[in-house]
Design a protein around this ligand. Structure first.
Ligand code: SME
Length: 155
């Protein structure tokens, strides 16, 4: 998708999502709504969902609300793209997961990926993981808008 169309879509969907989740404090309710609305908006989103820091095992992510094919249930910090984003508390953009060793293949069709951490009060709450079946679907535009959306939706 060209950058101008991406920007237009992110601008619109950000407004819509923030309007819907405003005043809602339950994280699962927000995550379910966000994954649903994002997945419906972007044709290149193949899998879109959240991995949440497990309060009982704080060095592990556990699956949260998502849209798409079945995701792995748990991911240890440091493992795969999601585990790296959790450990480093920084967004990861991968052009082709099949070309990197530290990647967890939940679905072989997933090819490019972006993982954005959600930090609240300096603590990692969860990560948003989005996968595409195409190479290099995600770039700085996705990074900028997803980081901004999550910051505003979870403060
Ligand atoms: N590919 C991810 C795992 C999660 S799924 O793709 C849904 C990773 O390497 O972290």
């Amino acid at each position: 998708m060209d950058t101008a169309s991406k920007i237009q879509k992110y601008e619109n969907i950000t407004k819509q999502i923030l309007a819907v989740v405003e005043g809602e404090e339950n994280h699962v309710a927000k995550m379910a709504t966000i994954s649903c609305l994002l997945k419906a908006e972007f044709p290149y989103y193949y899998w879109c969902g959240f991995y949440i820091v497990d309060p009982l095992k704080p060095d592990q992510l556990v699956i949260g609300p998502y849209q798409g094919t079945m995701g792995c249930l748990r991911i240890p910090f440091g493992k795969g793209v999601c585990g790296t984003a959790a450990k480093e508390k920084s967004t990861q953009v991968v052009e082709d997961v099949h070309a990197i060793a530290n990647h967890i293949a939940c679905d072989a069709a997933s090819t490019s990926e972006i993982v954005v951490p959600i930090i609240r009060d300096n603590k990692l709450l969860a990560v948003l993981d989005v996968d595409s079946t195409e190479v290099a679907s995600f770039d700085d535009t996705d990074k900028k808008y997803l980081e901004e959306l999550l910051k505003r939706a979870f403060t």
